[in-house]
Design a protein around this ligand. Structure first.
Ligand code: SAM
Length: 289
Protein backbone atom coordinates (compact mmCIF):
# COMPACT_ATOMS: atom_id res chain seq x y z
CA UNK A 1 0.00 0.00 0.00
CA UNK A 2 1.25 3.50 -0.86
CA UNK A 3 0.84 5.48 2.39
CA UNK A 4 1.20 8.85 0.67
CA UNK A 5 -1.24 8.26 -2.18
CA UNK A 6 -4.18 10.65 -1.74
CA UNK A 7 -6.83 8.21 -3.04
CA UNK A 8 -5.48 5.24 -1.08
CA UNK A 9 -5.35 7.28 2.16
CA UNK A 10 -8.93 8.53 1.70
CA UNK A 11 -10.18 4.99 0.96
CA UNK A 12 -8.27 3.56 3.96
CA UNK A 13 -9.54 6.23 6.35
CA UNK A 14 -13.15 6.05 5.19
CA UNK A 15 -13.08 2.24 5.51
CA UNK A 16 -12.18 2.77 9.18
CA UNK A 17 -14.72 5.59 9.66
CA UNK A 18 -11.91 8.03 10.51
CA UNK A 19 -12.49 11.80 10.65
CA UNK A 20 -9.67 14.34 10.65
CA UNK A 21 -9.31 16.36 13.83
CA UNK A 22 -8.18 19.95 13.47
CA UNK A 23 -7.42 20.27 17.17
CA UNK A 24 -4.96 17.35 16.92
CA UNK A 25 -3.15 19.06 14.05
CA UNK A 26 -3.96 16.23 11.67
CA UNK A 27 -2.52 17.09 8.25
CA UNK A 28 -1.25 13.89 6.67
CA UNK A 29 1.44 13.80 3.99
CA UNK A 30 0.44 12.92 0.43
CA UNK A 31 3.78 13.40 -1.37
CA UNK A 32 6.17 10.43 -1.19
CA UNK A 33 9.34 12.55 -1.42
CA UNK A 34 8.60 14.34 1.86
CA UNK A 35 8.70 11.46 4.40
CA UNK A 36 11.61 9.95 2.45
CA UNK A 37 13.62 13.15 2.68
CA UNK A 38 12.74 13.80 6.35
CA UNK A 39 13.87 10.26 7.26
CA UNK A 40 17.07 10.71 5.20
CA UNK A 41 17.89 13.97 7.00
CA UNK A 42 17.48 12.30 10.42
CA UNK A 43 20.82 10.45 9.96
CA UNK A 44 19.56 7.01 11.02
CA UNK A 45 21.22 3.61 11.21
CA UNK A 46 20.75 0.25 12.97
CA UNK A 47 22.04 1.78 16.22
CA UNK A 48 19.40 4.53 16.27
CA UNK A 49 16.18 4.44 18.28
CA UNK A 50 13.63 6.93 16.90
CA UNK A 51 10.83 8.51 18.87
CA UNK A 52 8.15 9.65 16.42
CA UNK A 53 5.29 11.88 17.54
CA UNK A 54 2.00 11.32 15.72
CA UNK A 55 2.44 8.58 13.09
CA UNK A 56 -0.95 9.38 11.47
CA UNK A 57 -1.36 6.60 8.86
CA UNK A 58 2.33 5.70 9.21
CA UNK A 59 3.99 7.09 6.06
CA UNK A 60 6.98 8.58 7.94
CA UNK A 61 7.02 5.64 10.40
CA UNK A 62 7.51 3.29 7.45
CA UNK A 63 10.48 5.31 6.15
CA UNK A 64 12.01 5.51 9.65
CA UNK A 65 11.61 1.77 10.22
CA UNK A 66 13.52 1.06 6.99
CA UNK A 67 16.53 3.01 8.30
CA UNK A 68 16.60 2.76 12.13
CA UNK A 69 17.10 0.03 14.73
CA UNK A 70 13.69 0.71 16.27
CA UNK A 71 10.86 3.23 15.97
CA UNK A 72 8.66 4.10 18.93
CA UNK A 73 5.67 6.06 17.61
CA UNK A 74 3.40 7.84 20.11
CA UNK A 75 -0.09 8.66 18.77
CA UNK A 76 -2.79 10.47 20.73
CA UNK A 77 -5.73 9.58 18.48
CA UNK A 78 -6.97 6.07 19.33
CA UNK A 79 -9.14 6.13 16.19
CA UNK A 80 -5.89 5.48 14.30
CA UNK A 81 -5.28 2.19 16.14
CA UNK A 82 -6.95 -0.10 13.53
CA UNK A 83 -5.50 2.00 10.68
CA UNK A 84 -1.92 1.66 11.95
CA UNK A 85 -2.44 -2.04 12.73
CA UNK A 86 -3.16 -2.45 9.03
CA UNK A 87 -0.57 -0.11 7.50
CA UNK A 88 2.38 -1.10 9.68
CA UNK A 89 1.60 -4.83 9.94
CA UNK A 90 4.81 -6.84 9.64
CA UNK A 91 7.12 -3.94 10.57
CA UNK A 92 8.93 -5.77 13.36
CA UNK A 93 10.96 -2.80 14.61
CA UNK A 94 7.96 -0.48 15.11
CA UNK A 95 6.12 -0.11 18.43
CA UNK A 96 3.07 2.15 18.69
CA UNK A 97 2.10 3.68 22.00
CA UNK A 98 -1.32 5.37 22.26
CA UNK A 99 -1.23 8.42 24.50
CA UNK A 100 -0.30 12.07 24.76
CA UNK A 101 3.43 12.55 24.22
CA UNK A 102 3.30 15.68 26.38
CA UNK A 103 2.28 13.55 29.36
CA UNK A 104 5.15 11.08 29.03
CA UNK A 105 8.32 10.95 31.09
CA UNK A 106 10.52 11.01 27.98
CA UNK A 107 13.87 9.93 29.52
CA UNK A 108 12.09 6.98 31.25
CA UNK A 109 10.31 6.08 27.99
CA UNK A 110 13.62 6.08 26.11
CA UNK A 111 15.29 3.91 28.78
CA UNK A 112 12.43 1.43 28.70
CA UNK A 113 11.56 1.30 24.99
CA UNK A 114 14.78 2.19 23.17
CA UNK A 115 17.47 0.58 25.37
CA UNK A 116 21.00 0.45 23.99
CA UNK A 117 20.09 2.65 21.03
CA UNK A 118 21.11 6.22 20.18
CA UNK A 119 17.87 8.16 20.83
CA UNK A 120 16.68 10.72 18.28
CA UNK A 121 13.37 12.37 17.42
CA UNK A 122 11.92 12.48 13.94
CA UNK A 123 8.36 13.61 13.23
CA UNK A 124 5.86 15.69 11.33
CA UNK A 125 4.64 17.52 14.43
CA UNK A 126 1.07 18.64 15.24
CA UNK A 127 1.61 22.39 14.71
CA UNK A 128 -0.67 23.59 17.51
CA UNK A 129 1.69 22.17 20.15
CA UNK A 130 5.06 22.77 18.47
CA UNK A 131 6.60 24.92 21.24
CA UNK A 132 5.60 22.71 24.21
CA UNK A 133 6.79 19.64 22.28
CA UNK A 134 10.17 21.12 21.36
CA UNK A 135 10.60 22.40 24.93
CA UNK A 136 9.86 18.90 26.28
CA UNK A 137 12.32 17.30 23.82
CA UNK A 138 15.12 19.69 24.78
CA UNK A 139 14.43 19.52 28.51
CA UNK A 140 14.47 15.69 28.35
CA UNK A 141 18.17 16.12 27.49
CA UNK A 142 18.49 12.63 26.00
CA UNK A 143 17.90 13.10 22.26
CA UNK A 144 20.98 13.59 20.08
CA UNK A 145 19.03 15.12 17.22
CA UNK A 146 15.49 16.37 16.62
CA UNK A 147 14.50 16.38 12.95
CA UNK A 148 10.98 17.71 12.61
CA UNK A 149 8.55 19.36 10.24
CA UNK A 150 6.86 22.43 11.73
CA UNK A 151 5.27 25.67 10.52
CA UNK A 152 7.75 27.67 8.44
CA UNK A 153 7.21 30.78 10.54
CA UNK A 154 8.19 28.92 13.73
CA UNK A 155 11.13 27.23 11.96
CA UNK A 156 12.45 30.66 10.94
CA UNK A 157 12.16 31.93 14.52
CA UNK A 158 14.03 28.92 15.87
CA UNK A 159 16.92 29.38 13.44
CA UNK A 160 16.96 33.24 13.46
CA UNK A 161 20.12 35.24 14.11
CA UNK A 162 20.44 38.59 15.93
CA UNK A 163 19.23 41.69 14.10
CA UNK A 164 16.42 39.94 12.17
CA UNK A 165 12.68 40.31 12.71
CA UNK A 166 12.36 36.58 13.51
CA UNK A 167 14.93 36.72 16.33
CA UNK A 168 13.37 36.13 19.77
CA UNK A 169 13.29 34.38 23.13
CA UNK A 170 12.13 30.94 21.94
CA UNK A 171 14.81 30.76 19.22
CA UNK A 172 17.47 31.68 21.76
CA UNK A 173 16.22 29.00 24.16
CA UNK A 174 16.53 26.38 21.39
CA UNK A 175 19.91 27.72 20.23
CA UNK A 176 21.24 27.55 23.79
CA UNK A 177 20.60 23.79 23.82
CA UNK A 178 21.18 22.91 20.15
CA UNK A 179 22.76 23.81 16.85
CA UNK A 180 19.89 24.64 14.50
CA UNK A 181 19.56 24.03 10.75
CA UNK A 182 16.72 25.02 8.43
CA UNK A 183 16.65 22.19 5.87
CA UNK A 184 13.81 22.58 3.35
CA UNK A 185 10.26 23.87 2.83
CA UNK A 186 7.14 21.82 2.10
CA UNK A 187 4.12 23.48 0.41
CA UNK A 188 0.51 23.01 1.64
CA UNK A 189 -0.31 20.94 -1.49
CA UNK A 190 1.72 18.02 -0.01
CA UNK A 191 -0.91 17.35 2.71
CA UNK A 192 -4.48 16.22 3.25
CA UNK A 193 -6.26 18.29 4.45
CA UNK A 194 -4.07 21.14 3.24
CA UNK A 195 -2.81 23.44 6.01
CA UNK A 196 -3.07 27.22 5.50
CA UNK A 197 0.68 27.69 5.98
CA UNK A 198 3.92 26.51 4.42
CA UNK A 199 5.93 24.00 6.45
CA UNK A 200 9.68 23.63 6.99
CA UNK A 201 11.89 20.81 8.17
CA UNK A 202 14.53 21.67 10.75
CA UNK A 203 17.27 19.67 12.43
CA UNK A 204 18.41 20.41 15.99
CA UNK A 205 21.64 18.82 17.18
CA UNK A 206 22.12 18.78 20.94
CA UNK A 207 25.24 20.57 22.15
CA UNK A 208 27.62 18.58 24.35
CA UNK A 209 27.98 21.68 26.57
CA UNK A 210 26.36 25.14 26.70
CA UNK A 211 27.75 27.41 23.95
CA UNK A 212 28.97 29.99 26.48
CA UNK A 213 29.78 29.76 30.18
CA UNK A 214 27.13 31.44 32.33
CA UNK A 215 26.84 31.59 36.10
CA UNK A 216 23.05 31.30 36.31
CA UNK A 217 21.17 29.68 33.42
CA UNK A 218 17.74 30.53 34.85
CA UNK A 219 18.71 34.18 35.08
CA UNK A 220 19.93 34.04 31.46
CA UNK A 221 16.45 33.03 30.29
CA UNK A 222 14.83 35.68 32.51
CA UNK A 223 17.07 38.30 30.91
CA UNK A 224 16.26 37.03 27.41
CA UNK A 225 12.51 36.95 28.09
CA UNK A 226 12.67 40.45 29.57
CA UNK A 227 14.52 41.71 26.47
CA UNK A 228 11.90 40.38 24.04
CA UNK A 229 8.79 41.06 26.17
CA UNK A 230 9.57 44.72 25.62
CA UNK A 231 10.88 44.33 22.07
CA UNK A 232 10.41 47.97 21.07
CA UNK A 233 12.11 49.33 24.18
CA UNK A 234 15.84 49.70 24.68
CA UNK A 235 17.43 46.82 26.56
CA UNK A 236 17.96 49.15 29.55
CA UNK A 237 14.21 49.82 29.85
CA UNK A 238 13.33 46.18 29.16
CA UNK A 239 15.67 44.99 31.92
CA UNK A 240 14.20 47.52 34.39
CA UNK A 241 10.70 46.25 33.59
CA UNK A 242 11.58 42.55 33.65
CA UNK A 243 14.25 42.01 36.30
CA UNK A 244 13.29 42.70 39.92
CA UNK A 245 15.63 45.16 41.68
CA UNK A 246 17.07 46.52 38.41
CA UNK A 247 17.43 50.32 38.17
CA UNK A 248 18.09 52.38 35.08
CA UNK A 249 21.54 53.41 36.34
CA UNK A 250 22.52 49.83 37.08
CA UNK A 251 21.22 48.54 33.73
CA UNK A 252 23.24 51.22 31.90
CA UNK A 253 26.30 50.36 33.97
CA UNK A 254 25.88 46.64 33.22
CA UNK A 255 25.67 47.24 29.47
CA UNK A 256 28.66 49.58 29.49
CA UNK A 257 30.73 47.11 31.50
CA UNK A 258 29.92 44.48 28.86
CA UNK A 259 30.96 46.80 26.00
CA UNK A 260 27.42 47.54 24.72
CA UNK A 261 25.90 50.90 23.81
CA UNK A 262 23.30 51.62 26.57
CA UNK A 263 20.79 52.46 23.80
CA UNK A 264 21.01 48.96 22.27
CA UNK A 265 17.83 46.88 21.85
CA UNK A 266 17.66 43.22 22.82
CA UNK A 267 17.14 42.09 19.22
CA UNK A 268 20.70 43.28 18.34
CA UNK A 269 22.38 41.19 21.06
CA UNK A 270 23.81 37.74 20.17
CA UNK A 271 23.39 34.72 22.46
CA UNK A 272 26.97 35.16 23.78
CA UNK A 273 26.17 38.81 24.56
CA UNK A 274 23.17 37.78 26.66
CA UNK A 275 25.42 35.35 28.57
CA UNK A 276 27.92 38.17 29.32
CA UNK A 277 25.13 40.56 30.36
CA UNK A 278 23.61 37.86 32.60
CA UNK A 279 26.92 37.30 34.40
CA UNK A 280 27.30 41.04 34.93
CA UNK A 281 23.74 41.33 36.31
CA UNK A 282 24.42 38.35 38.56
CA UNK A 283 27.61 39.93 39.87
CA UNK A 284 26.00 43.34 40.48
CA UNK A 285 22.54 42.39 41.67
CA UNK A 286 22.22 38.85 42.94
CA UNK A 287 25.61 37.92 44.36
CA UNK A 288 25.19 40.84 46.82
CA UNK A 289 21.84 39.61 48.21
N1 SAM B 1 3.09 11.51 10.64
C1 SAM B 1 1.88 11.71 9.89
C2 SAM B 1 2.19 12.32 8.54
O1 SAM B 1 3.28 12.90 8.40
O2 SAM B 1 1.38 12.21 7.62
C3 SAM B 1 0.87 12.58 10.66
C4 SAM B 1 1.37 13.94 11.13
S1 SAM B 1 0.10 14.99 11.74
C5 SAM B 1 0.78 16.58 11.32
C6 SAM B 1 0.30 15.00 13.50
C7 SAM B 1 -0.05 13.70 14.23
O3 SAM B 1 0.18 13.90 15.64
C8 SAM B 1 -1.50 13.27 14.12
O4 SAM B 1 -1.54 11.88 13.84
C9 SAM B 1 -2.10 13.56 15.51
O5 SAM B 1 -3.18 12.70 15.85
C10 SAM B 1 -0.89 13.34 16.40
N2 SAM B 1 -0.91 14.07 17.69
C11 SAM B 1 -1.42 15.30 17.97
N3 SAM B 1 -1.17 15.67 19.23
C12 SAM B 1 -0.46 14.65 19.78
C13 SAM B 1 0.08 14.43 21.09
N4 SAM B 1 -0.03 15.34 22.06
N5 SAM B 1 0.74 13.25 21.32
C14 SAM B 1 0.86 12.32 20.34
N6 SAM B 1 0.37 12.49 19.09
C15 SAM B 1 -0.29 13.62 18.81
Amino acid sequence: MNLTDYNEIRALLSRHGFRFSKSLGQNFLTAAWVPERIAEEAGLDEQTGVLEVGPGVGCLTEQLSMRAGKVLAVELDKALRPVLAETLAGRENVEILFGDVLKQDLPALVREKLPGLRPVICANLPYNVTSPLLTAFLEAGCFETVTVMIQREVARRICARAGTADYGAFGLFVQWHCETELLFDVPPACFVPQPKVTSSVIRLTRRAAPPYPVSDEQLLFRVIRAAFNQRRKTLVNALCAGIGGMTKDLAEQVLQNCGFDPKIRGEAVELGGFATITDEIHRNLFSKL
